[in-house]
Design a protein. Structure first.
Length: 100
């Protein structure tokens, strides 16, 4: 059996950690998810015009609701954001396989 040499971990300069890139701030992601959910719900409630609401729904379907839903998918289970994500996931599943 070969012997292994052990050594102390090298010490890094604290400034080197500042230069490393990390992911997005989880608090900022959560805030964006909640802000977008509230904006969508408020816009839908305050429209009062069925034609405007219909156009808003079509816009959400065609212009990137997938990206917003990705934000929603990581939210806590007991929130508006999570509820909207579940509705989005069900809608996506139904559209993917309407006969199932």
């Amino acid at each position: 059996m070969a012997s292994r040499s052990h050594h102390r971990p090298s010490l890094s300069d604290p400034a080197s950690f500042d230069r490393r890139e990390g992911g997005a701030d989880p608090a900022a992601i959560s805030q964006a998810a909640h802000d977008s959910a509230h904006a969508l719900v408020e816009a839908g409630r305050s429209a009062g015009d069925p034609d405007l609401t219909s156009r808003f729904v079509r816009l959400a379907e065609t212009e990137g609701i997938d990206a917003v839903a990705e934000l929603w998918s990581h939210s806590s289970a007991h929130s508006l954001v999570s509820s909207l994500w579940r509705i989005y996931a069900l809608r996506t599943a139904v559209h993917a396989s309407p006969s199932a």
